[in-house]
Design a protein around this ligand. Structure first.
Ligand code: LLP
Length: 426
């Protein structure tokens, strides 16, 4: 009965964050109550929203042989990684640490792709010893290192070559990766020669091509062009005898941070699939943000409200750049809302953090019911690249994280204590 209840609720109600009697709730759980129990700053995630978003991508690609490797870099808290695995995802790990997290979350090595622009020999050895699905190699130097490490182990590593197609993802320059002026991959024009060079290398087998042109992409044209370019190249290589069995089209699908319409998972599939259909190549995807960004909020309390000369009204929160770097690093916009329904006159304010930096600003010129000390605020769409990019600057402690699942919530990462922080020091 409970199971059916859950299924019906998932079908008939929108999952994630919505207003219940005016107050913000996560799948029916009042955020006010969670913050009262666990304090702020606090990340809260919806398991139902994560599942629904993952399934939307899986369903959109269901007509073609594919595997989805969730990009752990977006959010790798163990419970989140376990949840994605339970939904059928593989993992995209970007460091030895993320490989360890993937293994502890239950992923088996052949479900893990290992990416990253600067993998150390120790990390490569770890990946080879484990026998990960593929290592996405970024340079000829890296392939040589993989070859040497694999030969020493009398094995052969499966490698996909990261291709730089010189395509502009039309996203923020800090998160665009597909231009020839970026540090990522090998130039598309050099790929045939590199495959020839390593054809007889005993320690590596080039079995795939990999591409990732950027993140928060909301114009599908660059992704369509990139998939066409890589599939054309893969076909060419196969004709030349290179045993290419898959193309990995990376991640990158954006979300709407401000409410403007963005492509759906189905639009995304419609942009990518025509290129691969009929090629016989398996498709690998590495989505991160699209799966989890809208499924998380950062809860924070107002510590102070002050008006500075010149008329700027500053609302100072107990969360700032230590909890959420995106606004400062990429001028990223995140909706900031009252959690409770407050009826006060609207005012325009700057929402800032408590750190000793003027860049510690979460939102400028925001119209809000005039915030007061003690108010609980939600910074929306922070499930991806939020908690994972947190820091201890100013000796601030890492926030706690909560997962709401099936009407109940639990702490999936406790708040760091000063003893945790100082345990590493003499
Ligand atoms: N695959 C590779 C090789 C990547 O480099 C990335 C992201 C992904 C997959 C996942 O991309 P997604 O689907 O999440 O767009 N910190 C930035 C985003 C950096 C993305 C880095 N690479 C932000 O907060 O916007």
């Amino acid at each position: 009965m409970r199971r059916w209840d859950k299924i019906i609720r998932l079908i008939v109600t929108e999952t994630g964050f919505s207003r219940k009697g005016g107050a913000l709730a996560c799948d029916g759980v009042a955020l006010r109550a969670v913050a009262a129990a666990e304090n702020t700053p606090l990340y809260v995630y919806s398991a139902a929203a994560i599942s629904a978003r993952y399934r939307a991508i899986a369903d959109a690609f269901a007509s073609y042989p594919h595997s989805i490797h969730y990009a752990l870099k977006a959010n790798s808290t163990l419970a989140i990684a376990r949840l994605l695995r339970s939904l059928g995802a593989g993992a995209d790990a970007n460091s030895g640490g993320e490989i360890d997290v993937a293994l502890r979350a239950g992923f088996i090595p052949t479900e893990i792709v290992f990416t990253g622009v600067g993998k150390t020999s120790a990390e490569l050895a770890q990946a080879i010893d484990l026998g990960v699905m593929t290592i996405n190699a970024e340079s000829t130097g890296e392939i040589e290192r993989i070859d040497a490490l694999a030969r020493a182990r009398e094995t052969r590593a499966r490698v996909a070559l990261r291709v730089n197609p010189d395509i502009d993802a039309r996203s923020h320059p800090h998160i665009s990766t597909g231009l020839k002026t970026n540090k990522f991959g090998v130039p598309i024009g050099a790929v045939v020669e590199i495959c020839r060079q390593f054809a007889a290398a005993p320690g590596v087998e080039i079995v795939g091509l990999h591409i990732h042109v950027g993140s928060q992409i909301t114009d599908l044209e660059p992704l369509r062009q990139a998939s066409e370019a890589i599939v054309t190249l893969a076909r060419q290589l196969r004709d030349a005898g290179v045993p290419i069995d898959h193309v990995d089209l990376g991640g990158g699908l954006g979300i709407s941070y401000d409410g403007t319409p963005v492509p759906s998972a189905r639009d995304y599939a419609d942009a990518l699939l025509p290129a691969v259909r009929g090629s016989g190549l398996k498709l690998v995807l590495e989505p991160g943000r699209n799966v989890i960004a809208p499924a998380g909020v950062l809860l924070s309390r107002v510590i102070d409200v002050k008006e500075q000369p010149g008329g700027r009204l500053f609302v100072i929160l107990d969360a700032g750049m230590t909890e959420l770097m995106r606004p400062m690093l990429y001028s990223a916009y995140h909706r900031i809302e009252h959690v409770d329904a407050v009826e006060r006159p609207e005012t325009v304010c700057d929402i800032v953090g408590p750190l000793c930096e003027s860049s510690d600003t979460l939102g400028t010129d925001r119209p809000l019911a005039r915030p007061e000390v003690g108010d609980l605020m939600a910074v929306r769409d922070t499930g991806a690249y939020g908690a994972v990019m947190a820091s201890n600057y100013n000796r601030r402690l890492m926030p706690a994280e909560v997962l709401v699942d099936d009407g109940r919530w639990s702490v999936i990462r406790r708040r760091q204590t000063i003893d945790d922080l100082l345990a590493l020091e003499t």
